[in-house]
Structure formats: C-alpha cells, structure tokens
Design a protein. Structure first.
Ligand SMILES: [Zn+2]
Length: 78
C-alpha cells in the first residue's frame, strides 16, 4: 500500500505543475479536509513530512504516534 501512496503523491505533484488540483496529503496522496492543530504540535510533526506541509488526518495521527504524541489525536473528551 505504501508503494501506491508513494506513486499517488508523485502523480499529484506532477499534476499540480500543470493544473489546479485539490489540496492533497503529501504522505499518502488522498484529498484532505481542513483540521486545526496547535502550532506547538504541528512544529513537532511538520518536520517529518516529505514533499510539503499538508497531511490528511490519518497520516497526521501516524506522525504524532511516531513523534511520541499519541494523546494529541485521540477523539475523546478530556
Ligand atoms: Zn495521508
């Protein structure tokens, strides 16, 4: 699946040079919806993104987990 994601990102990066494409995740290539992240969290996660600074929520959660920030993405009320 990661190979598919890789080629989807590369394909959209090429497509973006020639025409307008919707904002897409620079990790897996899917189209994204906006979500809000605290700047302190984004600074810890953003440096791990290749090819740009847009992530879908799933990839953001994975990056948080790798950065040791699992509590950031849980959808539970504190
Ligand atoms: Zn993604």
């Amino acid at each position: 699946m990661k190979l598919f994601y890789y080629f989807r990102v590369k394909f959209k990066l090429i497509l973006k040079k020639f025409c307008i494409v919707p904002s897409f995740c620079k990790e897996c290539g899917r189209n994204v919806h906006d979500f809000v992240v605290d700047d302190n969290i984004w600074n810890k996660v953003g440096k791990h993104i290749k090819n740009g600074h847009v992530l879908c929520y799933d990839c953001f959660c994975e990056k948080c987990r790798h950065a040791g920030l699992p509590d950031v993405w849980r959808l539970v009320k504190h």
